[in-house]
Design a protein around this ligand. Structure first.
Ligand SMILES: [Zn+2]
Ligand SMILES: [Zn+2]
Length: 465
């Protein structure tokens, strides 16, 4: 790594030299506040309550008035009890002393205790969390509102207290993004005749944007947000974690994190049924390696195979191939010695596409393509399909482009394999396109258009991409 190559970081105090790397300083203000927050103090009922539900303890006081509950709690921050509603017997209220007043929450139980979104094992935990949240969000409201304005994230990137990850990210930032551009040739009148100006960049590079896959997370022990560097307060569900790359941030910060998720291979458990962009980002490839490997194998020994993609291989063997990819990734053995019948490989490729959580032609573009196929005029039909293709996410676009060029080559062997664009359209239509809401009727109604879309893309693959 040349020392002079860090010009892309101008404006930042960082250099690419790992020796200069300074770990971020986590901000402790909210952590201190959490330590100061009032602790729960259970106010128990002196007599045994007959009506006490099994899941409550002595903090249950049965039917008592709001005013009486207030009297029992007054003077002690964090004091709490449960009372049964006078007006609606059977429903319970959590009365909690905070900020010199008594707060009342309708309390629910369905195996876990809750008053809002967060669910707790015990009422004590619920109150602990409520007191922390109330204390911090009252005392530091202004601070919290501003904590996202100067994130450490912009200076550092993410998941990085570790030098190696840091260096990896810095070097990754310097890779030029792969751009796919179309140039209109002015001399040719038809708007459809375009020259694809794809620059051939090395295969092992991928700079697609990928959004993080945030899920509410309960952190054990203190955790700090990797976006704003502030403490993530609360007892449970303190923030969110990206299940693809492991980035930990506040829920409110998650909305500001850029789409720069770099999935961690260790977190991606499967190859099949994994989101297409996630898979290529995790493996740092342009297309899913399943697609490349299957197509390479088919072009090597299957192009003249009669009924290629139409004849199905043994489903048990196809399942074997799937397991091999899930287990061994790019080391999966799909050679002729492992699977002599090429229809197994073709079947595995179709299965891969069918199992994608978001089809190659994405749910949000589905109806655009169906509408395109319904246009009466051949030229406008192709124009509309072309418009749709340009809106595909880059990883989907690249995958489709590669597959279609392959299927076009398959049709060149029609004399042997008896496969043309039309019957490949029948095979791949429903595999590459699925309606966002699956029901038997739409599936049936759209079959003709699905077939036509794929058929047209195969036939005009050279001008469409
Ligand atoms: Zn992520
Ligand atoms: Zn944050």
């Amino acid at each position: 790594m040349a020392a002079s190559s860090n010009s892309s970081l101008s404006g930042s105090s960082l250099s690419s030299d790992p020796e200069d790397y300074q770990p971020p300083i986590w901000k402790s203000y909210l952590y201190q506040l959490q330590q100061e927050a009032p602790r729960p103090k259970r106010i128990t009922c002196p007599q045994e309550m007959e009506s006490r539900p099994k899941y409550y303890g002595r903090e249950f006081h049965g039917v008592i008035s709001r005013d009486y509950a207030d009297e029992l709690l007054v003077g002690t921050e964090g004091a709490y009890l449960i009372r049964e509603s006078q007006r609606q017997p059977g429903t319970c209220t959590l009365a909690l002393r905070f900020g010199h007043q008594t707060l009342n929450y309708r309390l629910f139980y369905d195996g876990k205790h809750f008053v809002g979104e967060k669910r707790f094992e015990s009422v004590h935990d619920l109150v602990t969390d409520a007191l922390i949240t109330l204390y911090i969000e009252t005392k530091a409201a202004e601070y919290i509102a501003k904590m996202t304005t100067n994130p450490i994230y912009e200076h550092l990137g993410y998941t990085s207290l570790l030098k190696d990850k840091m260096v990896h990210r810095l070097s990754r930032g310097r890779t030029e993004p792969r751009r796919v551009t179309f140039q209109r040739d002015e001399k040719i009148s038809s708007p459809l005749v375009r020259r694809s100006a794809l620059k051939d960049t090395p295969e092992k590079q991928c700079s697609y944007e990928k959004i993080h896959n945030f899920k509410v997370h309960t952190f054990r022990g203190p955790h700090w947000c990797e976006y704003c560097a502030n403490f993530m307060w609360g007892l449970i569900a303190q923030g969110v974690r990206c299940s693809d790359c492991g980035l930990n941030v506040h829920k409110q910060c998650s909305k500001l994190v850029p789409s720069d998720c770099q999935p961690d291979l260790r977190r991606i458990k499967k190859v099949f049924s994994c989101d297409l962009t996630t898979l290529v980002k995790a493996h740092n490839t342009t297309r899913p390696m399943v697609v490349d490997m299957c197509i390479r194998e088919i072009e090597l020994r299957g192009m003249k195979s009669e009924g290629l993609y139409r004849v199905s291989g043994f489903s048990e063997h196809i399942e074997d191939v799937r397991l091999a990819f899930d287990r061994d990734g790019e080391k999966a053995d799909i050679s002729a010695s492992a699977y002599a019948d090429i229809n197994i490989i073709a079947g595995a490729l179709k299965l891969y596409f069918r199992d994608l959580p978001i089809p190659v032609i994405t749910f949000d573009l589905y109806s655009k393509f169906i509408q395109a196929a319904k246009l009466p005029n051949a030229e406008s039909r192709l124009e509309a399909i072309h418009e749709g293709l340009l809106q595909l996410p880059p990883a989907h676009y690249e995958t489709l482009r590669y597959l279609m060029a392959h299927l076009k080559r398959v049709t060149m062997f029609e004399k042997y394999n008896l496969m043309n664009a039309e019957n490949l359209g029948i095979v791949f239509g429903p595999t590459l396109m699925q309606p966002p809401e699956q029901n038997a009727l739409t599936t049936l109604n759209d079959m003709r258009q699905q077939k036509l879309v794929v058929q047209l893309i195969i036939e005009h693959e050279d001008v469409l991409f």
